[in-house]
Design a protein around this ligand. Structure first.
Ligand SMILES: Cc1ncc(COP(=O)(O)O)c(C=O)c1O
Length: 464
């Protein structure tokens, strides 16, 4: 019997552990079976890692669950998976998602430059469905019409406001459009209704007034997106049913309407205690659409989703090492990291986002409560509470040992928000980025996508 509990005991007593993605081998953590210690020894720290196979696995899982729900419910429509590019625009991510034949959701003008590049590289064809969201600049709308006129057959701009319709250029065929319903926000926000989309009570009158007899447009899609995500809570279902009611009302007067877009917001694992039941939730969504459509006597729509975090979040992690310890008073011990949380994982600082944070090594050391300090001078550059508890525990570090820690499932939004490769707080460089693939089971391949950012690259942005 051990006298003092070790870190592994703490985790095993707190969670159902090991888990599919997190296992322990030789006292060290493996993430999706990746030997993290070996990777750190080879590529150093801090380090960004992308495990590419996870992307295809996530897409297949959602498709399998939606298609099963469609079959169980004898649902007449189809399921269409779109990848929301803004969650991670990197070529290796979008190209990996495209291998699973996803469609694309765009959010700005440059997305079309990205699509053109992918077409030149033969990663996609003009048959792909492109759902265009957001409050659009003229250049975004011009790129949309340009794509349609160049032969993209399935481009669906989703109207975000009532003025947008008149700003599209001429196309040979009528443009298939969508309309986004502005959702009521959750009470925690400082405003009642989302600034994105059109007020629910304006949707049907606008259709009758501006679209019904307009030869240039066909309304194909109704879109809603609940910002706080797809969750089995009253708030979600209330907003969901409001949108469904509008869909049925519109469908009765607009026969070409046949797509309902649920947006993004499928949750991902941000704590070892995560137990979201994807199968139940997806089946419930399909059942509720089917039941409401039957009650209203309208055909069931094709169901579109635009999952961003869900597609890419769980493929990424960021590794840091502890450079030193500081005890600042009797109760507060800091583990000082070799990189910045604020720079590399801005959601931690900006949204108080929690990720799965675990030590990579020293799992059989005793543990202690610590604060993690980023290496910038900013007071906000810290992490001191996990998702399940308002504290952080990590292994003690003995003389001569070096502790490495990882933030996991960080593959969505962090690079774009932190301005990857740009100028950074305290001139700290973007860390190197390693891509890991597994073409055959157990055979990992490694590719350095980017080395650590150089001083010259940063100084040239700064005009030196
Ligand atoms: C219109 C729209 N669709 C999809 C998404 C993707 O959301 P998530 O990453 O939560 O799946 C967003 C994110 O902001 C969005 O605004």
């Amino acid at each position: 019997m051990r006298s003092n509990p070790i870190y592994q005991d703490l985790i095993e007593q707190t969670f159902d552990f090991p888990q599919r993605e997190f296992t322990i081998e030789n006292n060290s953590l493996q993430f999706n079976n990746l030997p993290l210690m070996e990777i750190i020894e080879k590529y150093g720290s801090p380090l960004r890692i992308t495990y590419l196979p996870k992307i295809g696995q996530q897409i297949q899982k959602a498709r399998r669950l939606f298609n099963a729900a469609i079959a169980n419910n004898d649902y007449k429509g189809n399921y269409v998976y779109c990848y929301c590019t803004k969650s991670n625009h990197f070529s290796f991510i979008v190209e990996e998602a495209l291998k699973s034949k996803v469609n694309i959701e765009t959010s700005s003008a440059f997305d079309f430059n990205l699509i053109t590049k992918l077409e030149e590289k033969k990663k996609l064809t003009k048959d792909i469905t492109i759902v265009c969201n957001g409050f659009k600049t003229q250049s975004y709308m011009d790129n949309i019409t340009k794509a349609i006129n160049s032969g993209y057959k399935n481009v669906i701009p989703v109207l975000d406001n009532l003025d947008e319709l008149e700003k599209y250029g001429k196309t040979e065929e009528p443009i298939n459009i969508g309309m986004r319903i502005a959702a009521e926000e959750e009470p925690k926000y400082e405003f009642y209704t989302s600034r994105l989309g059109i007020r629910p009570n304006e949707i049907v009158p606008f259709y009758k007034d501006k679209i019904e007899n307009n030869p240039n447009f066909k309304l194909k899609m109704l879109h809603f997106f609940i910002d706080t995500g797809i969750k089995d809570v009253n708030y979600y279902w209330t907003e969901f049913h409001k949108s469904l009611k509008i869909y049925c009302e519109l469908k009765k007067i607009c026969p070409e309407l046949n797509c309902l877009n649920l947006g993004g917001g499928m949750p991902i694992k941000q704590s070892l205690a995560f137990d979201f039941d994807y199968e139940y939730m997806i089946n419930e969504i399909v059942t509720q659409i089917k039941t409401t459509c039957q009650q209203q006597g309208v055909e069931e729509p094709d169901i579109f989703t635009e999952f961003g975090s869900y597609t890419v979040g769980e493929s990424g992690c960021v590794i840091f090492s502890v450079l030193g310890q500081k005890k600042q008073n009797d109760r507060e011990t800091w583990y000082m990291l070799d990189g910045s949380l604020m720079n590399n994982l801005p959601d931690i600082w900006g949204l108080s986002q929690r990720f799965i944070m675990l030590p990579v090594n020293l799992w059989n050391n005793e543990y202690t409560q610590v604060n993690l300090g980023g290496i910038t001078c900013d007071v906000g550059d810290y992490y001191n509470s996990d998702a399940h508890i308002n504290q952080v525990y990590l292994p003690n570090i003995k003389e001569g040992e070096r502790l490495h820690i990882g933030f996991f499932n960080t593959g969505a939004y962090q690079d774009t928000l932190s301005g990857y490769g740009g100028i950074k707080h305290c001139l700290l460089p973007s860390p190197p980025h390693v891509l890991i693939d597994e073409k055959k089971k157990g055979e990992l391949t490694y590719k350095v996508f980017a080395d650590e950012q150089t001083a010259e690259s940063m100084l040239s942005i700064l005009g030196y």
